[in-house]
Design a protein around this ligand. Structure first.
Ligand SMILES: [Zn+2]
Length: 222
């Protein structure tokens, strides 16, 4: 079963954060992810397009557009306008966070929206219990300043446990979201949660991918 969050379900948005056992909807529009900060519209998105985020505006009549990203430890973010007029799916690993993917994604979502406040949910990712990084990763995150300090805990010399989700939350706040408009899941470390999640750190090259999706639906959609 995929995971749903009340911040999105509460405004009638069909969505799912992937687990090992669920099947994503057919016709999902997903880009070819490259750990960058490019966000494309659903119309221009296909499996050949290099990007790490997709935005979609609510189609007319009974249309429905589902967009998505895949992860195996990185942070997935599904976001939407509170009136459900536009949605976004974003992929944020440490490289994407350093490149500013979440700010770019929220700006793109805002352009597709009609002025309603935005909300976002941080999906399952590798938690600070399991995600140890070294100096180059920390250096790439320096612009998070005090938010970086809060997300780090020293492990052994030259290494730290990093909470990518805290950085994602900081990036979403900086992009203008209220803290209460940002959701997450407790106890959802992809590496600890072997029964529910795929994890690249844990499983290496044989790891599968989790598929996360959100749909924009027209007023007459079933
Ligand atoms: Zn863990």
């Amino acid at each position: 079963m995929s995971l749903e969050h009340p911040l999105l379900a509460g405004v009638g948005l069909a969505h799912g954060f992937g687990t090992r056992s669920d099947t994503p909807p057919a016709g999902l529009r997903r880009p070819r992810q490259v750990h960058g900060a490019r966000v494309v519209s659903a119309e221009e998105c296909d499996a050949e397009v290099e990007a790490d985020g997709v935005v979609a505006r609510r189609p007319g009549a009974s249309g429905r557009i589902a967009i998505g990203v895949v992860t195996a430890d990185c942070v997935p973010v599904l976001a939407a306008a509170a009136d459900a007029a536009a949605v976004a799916a974003l992929h944020a690993g440490w490289r994407g966070l350093a490149a500013g993917i979440l700010g770019v994604g929220i700006d793109a979502l805002r352009r597709e929206s009609s002025g309603a406040p935005l909300r976002a949910v941080i999906g399952p990712y590798i938690g600070p219990c399991c995600y140890e990084v070294d100096e180059p990763v920390v250096d790439a995150m320096r612009y998070f300043d005090a938010d970086l300090d809060a997300a780090l805990r020293a492990s052994r010399p030259g290494h730290w446990w990093l909470d990518l989700g805290l950085l994602a939350r900081a990036a979403l706040r900086r992009a203008g979201l209220a803290d209460e408009a940002i959701g997450h899941f407790d106890d959802a470390c992809t590496s600890c949660g072997e029964e529910r999640f795929h994890s690249f750190r844990r499983d290496g090259r044989r790891s599968g991918r989790l598929v996360h999706w959100i749909a924009a639906s027209g007023p007459g959609a079933p």
